[in-house]
Structures are given as C-alpha cells and as structure tokens.
Design a protein around this ligand. Structure first.
Ligand code: SAM
Ligand code: SF4
Length: 388
C-alpha cells in the first residue's frame, strides 16, 4: 500500500519544531535531527509505520504526562472580517484556498476526534461564521455521537443573522469577543469592526437562548485597560459571563509593543474588586480549562481570567488545536504539530489512519508553554492561524 503521511522531524534554528509527514510504507521513518531537546519525539520516529496498528486504537487520548485530551479547537478559516491589532497584522496573507481543509475534511477530523473520546469541539478561526456554508458543517458535527458540547468563538459580526441557526444546528455555547464599549476605540482595536453590529449580535444571541454566552476581552495597557469595570457592568446587565485574556505573543505584529501593552490579570482583578467584590470559585482543576473564575454576590455573571503569563495551568491542559490547513497543534505556545491534511488527502485515506496519527501525536504534546514578552516573538504563527 502506498502510504504517505508518516513522520519525520525537522527543527529550525529558533528551535521551533514541526513534525512533517511524507514517506512511503516502504521507507521506515527516521529522524533527521537529534531529538534530545524534545523528549517523546523519538517515540514517533522509532515507531514502525510499515504496519501501523489500526486495530488497537484506544478509546481516549492520553499524553505522556497522563493528561486526557477531550477537547479540540477546530479552526474553520484563517480569514476574518476584522484585523484585531493583537491578533493580526494590518496586511495579511491568507492561506491559498486549495490548502484549506474542505468542510468534508473538517468533518472527518471532528469525527476522528470524537471517536477517540473527545467530548467538546470549539469552532474558531479566523472568524468561523464568515466561512461559506459553515452551517452545514455545524449541523453535521452537531450530530456526532459522543460529542457533548459543540461551541463557537466568534467576533459577533454575523450573529444577528445566524444566532438562531447556530442554536438549531446544535451549538450550545458561544464565546463572543468584545474588548471595548467605545465605537471609535472598537474600530481602532479591530481595524474594521463595527461596535453596534457586534452588540446587536450579542443581544441576538441572548434572545436566541444559548446554554451559555461568554464575552472574551483582551486588555491592552494604554488602550482599554480602563474599561474592565464597564465590561463587567455590561456582562452583569445581560446576565452573561466575561473573561479577561492576557495578550499572548503569537505572530509578529507592528501595532504595539507587547511588553509595554501587557496588562496582568491581577491588575484588572484589583480594579474590578474596588467596584464589584469578587469571590473566587477556586483554582482551575480537572478538565475545567485555564480560566480562574470569580462570582459576585448580586449577579449570576461569572468573571474569568485567562492568564497565560501570570498563571500557568499547563498541567491541566486537556486540549489540542487543528489549523485550517490541517496541522494538529499540540500546544498553543509551541510548534509541535502533525500534518493531518496529507492523511486526509492520501489516496488510501481511512478514518482509522487519521485516528492512528492523532493517537500517536499525543506523544509529542509538550509539557508546557513558555510565553515571554521580553525577547523576540518565538511563535510566528498568528492567532487567526492557531485557532484561539
Ligand atoms: N474571530 C473570533 C473571535 O475573535 O472571537 C475567533 C478567533 S479569535 C483568534 C479567538 C480569540 O483569541 C478571541 O477571543 C481573541 O480575542 C483572542 N486572541 C486573538 N489574538 C490574541 C492574542 N495575541 N493574545 C490573546 N488572545 C488573543
Ligand atoms: Fe478576527 Fe478574531 Fe483575530 Fe479579531 S481576534 S482579527 S475577530 S480572528
């Protein structure tokens, strides 16, 4: 059988690692570089892919650190109608269309993961809701056996139009990005966005009635750090949740210096506490994700803080990401990845081959990220590629 898509290894001078995949069944995969710095990779390199074990696929995904992966973020497009200053450069080059996974390929990826015990899929991007026919993909994913939660992260621009259809298709919860309540500031942070349209989208989603709606706000010093309390009031008024996110150094941007604009979760927490006393709902644990949540005595809204710099919860990580090119990213802050697209496009494609590659990829999931605003940006991939 002509089987492409096994693994070889390549690392560049920045020590960004990528597991590439092209060989034939006749060629046993081998390392082209020492694996000493990346424990675990040897496993893939040594594995005999001439006879990949298709029969004994495990029911769940477990990595080398005994973390169970039951959550996948699937990027359905790298394109977006906004150009948020922390996420993208003003001029972006997007992936050529033929390299983008088709809706059917995205479905196959979702199916493979759920058959391996994944219970939650988040569709993201880019802006997932601007991908043509995305609703048909959502409808298909919504029917996957074993999937408990189909959720979406969106900038809200299309929600007035699509909220009811998303609900009907099986989407349970929405994360909607909103960093400021001032129109001009909104335009300057998103470069193209219209605040009224997004707020109308949030209200349309509330009216539609999802199980949960959460606002995501990235806070930058000198831009919107004075709005933390107002954003909390906005969420309280609408009885929805809100999370503040520390900016992550993904992609080379020229709008601002990430070191200077960094605003820690603890600073925001103090500002908010002066107006709304917050009670901790406990440190993240189990598979709850990295958000630290707080409650308020007089409101149902929860306030969360995602603090990749000041609080590292990598030991709880239960997730992986798939880019719209079909790269399975094992960690947001590292380049360890496996190319699923070449498996999907191989003439001998089977769902089991895809599942086998996903199972084996667990062996290179890094222990933790090392975000650093001090030096050069190490992860050159923009957030819209990563699937935030
Ligand atoms: N377009 C959708 C949206 O904006 O919600 C989904 C994709 S966006 C990449 C997902 C989330 O990542 C958004 O909440 C956005 O604010 C966040 N984000 C983007 N770039 C970021 C960065 N450099 N650091 C932290 N969060 C970022
Ligand atoms: Fe688009 Fe979302 Fe990135 Fe903003 S954060 S540019 S809305 S993908």
């Amino acid at each position: 059988m002509f089987l492409s898509c096994v693994y070889s290894l390549l690392a560049d001078s920045l020590w960004r690692v990528r597991i590439l995949s092209h060989t034939t069944a006749a060629v046993k995969p081998r390392a082209v570089l020492s694996t000493a710095s990346f424990p675990g990779i040897e496993y893939l390199v040594d594995k005999d892919y001439n006879s990949p074990d298709m029969k004994n696929l495990p029911p769940t995904l477990i990595d080398r650190f005994q973390r169970r992966v039951d959550y996948v973020r699937l990027s359905v497009t790298d394109r977006c109608d906004f150009r948020c200053v922390y996420c993208m450069a003003e001029e972006m080059t997007f992936i050529p269309k033929p390299e983008v996974l088709t809706l059917e390929e995205l479905y196959q990826v979702g199916r493979a993961f759920t058959e391996l015990g994944v219970t939650k899929i988040r569709l993201t991007g880019g802006e997932p809701l601007i991908r043509p026919n995305v609703i048909s993909l959502i409808e298909q994913l919504g029917q996957l056996n074993g999937l408990d939660e189909l959720v979406i992260t969106t900038n809200g621009s299309q929600l007035q139009r699509l909220a009811p259809r998303l609900r009907e298709a099986g989407v349970k919860r929405l994360n909607i990005s909103l960093d400021t309540l001032h129109s001009r500031k909104f335009r300057s942070l998103t470069r193209h966005g219209n605040l009224d349209q997004v707020i109308a989208g949030i209200d349309a989603a509330i009216e539609t009635g999802f199980d949960g709606i959460k606002i995501n706000a990235v806070i930058l010093k000198g831009r919107n750090e004075d709005e933390a309390v107002d954003l909390v009031s906005f969420a309280r008024d609408r009885k929805i949740d809100l999370s503040f996110i520390e900016e992550m150094p993904l992609g080379l941007i020229d709008d601002h210096d990430r070191k200077l604009s960094f605003c820690s979760s603890d600073e925001l927490l103090q500002d908010i506490q002066r107006v709304y006393p917050l009670t901790s709902l406990g440190e993240p644990s189990g598979n709850a994700g990295p958000t630290r949540y707080f409650s308020m005595a007089d409101s149902t809204s929860r306030i969360g803080f995602i603090s990749p710099h000041s609080n590292n919860f990598c030991h709880l990580c239960n997730r992986v990401r798939v880019t719209v090119e079909g790269q399975l990213l094992l960690c947001l802050g590292n380049e360890h990845s496996v190319d699923l697209r070449c498996i999907l496009r191989d003439e001998n494609y089977s769902l089991d081959l895809l599942k086998r590659a996903i199972v084996d990829a667990m062996q290179i999931k890094p222990e933790k990220h090392h975000f650093d605003n001090e030096g050069q940006t190490e992860i050159l991939r923009f957030m819209n590629m990563t699937g935030g």
